[in-house]
Design a protein around this ligand. Structure first.
Ligand code: C2E
Ligand code: MG
Ligand code: MG
Ligand code: MG
Length: 295
């Protein structure tokens, strides 16, 4: 990422850089007011148990349909929202919306009484002063029990300001919410983090799952991560399962749960709710057929 050098330095400005800066400015401009204009929505990806493939919860994933830019992915707009100082209010909306949805589903669907809802937190959110208050409000307004909410943080976010982050996590745990370490293994992974930052769930990153080839034994890193998590008493969840052989091998390896296109893509709210209805209708069946929806 080309960034302008310090002031007074000679800086060659090539057209590619100018175009990138222009695009970033446009993105930020469009992000301002996007919340008020109702351009955000959440989609929900099922989390399933690997042993019997039942949906036990969902991860809320943010989507933005900009009338001018079209659909922009969270990998692009979340960092932009952080840089523009907008992630606080957007994140608060995500928390309220996700908690309200989970509370409604738990009430409406027999058998969904223990459903969990996971929400992603960015680095800036994690160390912002208002976070605990935002979460308390989202829980109180929705009536969702704290234990049903899972907050996902990445190692990268934690190490940006480790002391502050550790304090935030402790405050969140005191509320009774669960914590998940997202994209585990891709950041500055260190065993010391697992001690410094107490979490409940390890999410094995999809890049490791994708190394699981058909007909081959479990890659040592995946094996080791599952064992590490289990030894520490954590729930181990594998992300990005796309193939049946991966699900089977992970189940044999005693990985607890999974998400991935094999089971379901992130679903629009009504489609996610339909999964719960189908599951209630056939209590013994595994996850209903995979559904097509946007990524
Ligand atoms: P993440 O939390 O690690 O989410 C997993 C990403 O992998 C999602 O991308 C999901 O759609 C995608 N995915 C799930 N299963 C599969 C699969 O089987 N194969 C493949 N190739 N991909 C799969 P998405 O929705 O684009 O989100 C990207 C990232 O943006 C998330 O990574 C998360 O870090 C961030 N993000 C999403 N929503 C929010 C939010 O509400 N707030 C914050 N702060 N960050 C968010
Ligand atoms: Mg996540
Ligand atoms: Mg992840
Ligand atoms: Mg990710």
């Amino acid at each position: 990422a080309a960034r302008a050098g310090g002031r007074g330095r000679v800086q060659r400005y090539d057209p590619g850089m100018r175009a990138a800066a222009e695009a970033a400015r446009e993105l930020e401009q469009e992000l301002r007011g996007a919340l008020e204009r109702g351009e955000f929505r959440l989609v929900y990806q099922p989390v399933v148990t690997l042993a019997d493939r039942r949906v036990t919860g969902f991860e809320a994933l943010l989507r933005w349909a900009s009338p001018r830019l079209g659909p922009v992915g969270p990998d692009r707009f979340v960092p932009a929202a952080e840089a523009a100082g907008l992630i606080g209010e957007i994140g608060a909306w995500v928390l309220r919306e996700a908690c309200a949805t989970a509370a409604a589903w738990r009430q409406a669907h027999p058998g969904a009484g223990d459903l969990t809802m996971a929400v992603n937190l960015s680095a800036a959110q994690l160390t912002s002063a208002g976070l605990v208050e935002q979460i308390s409000v989202a829980l109180a307004e929705s009536g969702l029990p704290a234990g049903a909410l899972v907050l996902e943080v990445t190692e990268t976010a934690l190490v940006r300001d480790p002391e502050h982050a550790a304090a935030s996590l402790a405050a969140l745990r005191a509320l009774g919410v669960r914590l998940a370490l997202d994209d585990f293994g891709t950041g500055y992974s260190s065993l010391a983090h697992l001690r410094q930052f107490t979490v409940d769930v390890l999410k094995i990153d999809r890049s490791f799952v994708s190394t699981m080839a058909e007909g081959e034994p479990m890659p040592a890193i995946v094996r080791g991560t599952i064992d590490l998590g289990r030894t520490l008493g954590l729930e181990v969840l594998a992300e990005g399962i796309e193939h049946e052989h991966q699900a089977r091998l992970l189940a044999e390896g005693r990985c607890d749960s999974a998400q991935g296109y094999l089971f379901a893509r992130p679903l629009e709210r009504a489609d996610a709710e339909a999964v719960l209805l189908e599951q209630a209708a056939c209590p013994d069946a595994a996850v209903p057929s995979p559904r097509a929806a946007g990524p």
